[in-house]
Design a protein around this ligand. Sequence first.
Ligand SMILES: C[S@@+](CC[C@H](N)C(=O)[O-])C[C@H]1O[C@@H](n2cnc3c(N)ncnc32)[C@H](O)[C@@H]1O
Length: 288
Amino acid sequence: MPSDHATSFDFVRTLVRKHSGIVLGAEKDYLIQARLQTLSRKEGFDSINQLLDQTQALLDQLDEAPQNGLRQKVVEAMTTNETSFFRDRHPFDCLRNVVLPDLLASRAAERSLHIWSAACSTGQEPFSIALLLREHFPELHDWQVQIIASDLSSECLDRARLGRFTQMEVSRGLPTPILAKFFSRQGLDWVIQDDVRQMIDFRRLNLLDPDLALPQMDVVFLRNVLIYFDKETCQQILGSIRRVLRSDGFLFLGGAETTLFLDDAFERVPLSQAGCYRLKHCYTDRSN
Ligand SMILES: C[S@@+](CC[C@H](N)C(=O)[O-])C[C@H]1O[C@@H](n2cnc3c(N)ncnc32)[C@H](O)[C@@H]1O
């Protein structure tokens, strides 16, 4: 290992924080090393030693040419993309039993719905939303329903766009009747029906971008991503969410995430374990 290895890791930490918001503490050195190794192999380095010897040179090169694809690859390699269908179940129960019935009533005149899965990884989250709509809300068939799914990772988005999942992936959270009804077998994988796949508009978006070009949203899923950011970044991102969320819209966070002590404008919908939030004034408006 080169003597300046720790410096190289610091460089990666700084680069990743600047371009994604992700904080990689010292305890994540094993992760930085493992992922840089995988990336370097993919990029044509011969061995781990060669990777370690060339890391600093590689990073210098990255620093000098911030627009090159390598910088993006290093940043994306440090993202954690763990996900599953209908992850944690409760948010999806809440979407089905509370949020969509509410929106069906409040949007009855305009007959349109905009839903955003804001850190969609390989697509299981937006596909769970699309499948839930398709299975339980046939009355939406003549509404204009837009599901936007975004992530920082181009590799994840490329996979998500295919709508193709392994046996292991579909066995994590996807009910068997839904699998049988909406997927077909292709080799060892399962592929989602085209009409469900086409319900989703996949886009590469960085949540750090202060000017997210998005329509006003009725529902935002921002699940299991704030955990990677520091307080200031969480506040900045929740501020962006506030700007795109309609005043009576719904925000879902992950089980370990909260708006508490980060953004006073939100309050939790009192439904256990759903991780559902609304803007405070939405209740005030309704009581007036
Ligand atoms: C753990 S996954 C969560 C996936 C899904 N929301 C879920 O709960 O199952 C976190 C995702 O956030 C994405 N991410 C991290 N930083 C991001 C950023 N600055 N902008 C957009 N996406 C980001 C990662 O690429 C990763 O796919």
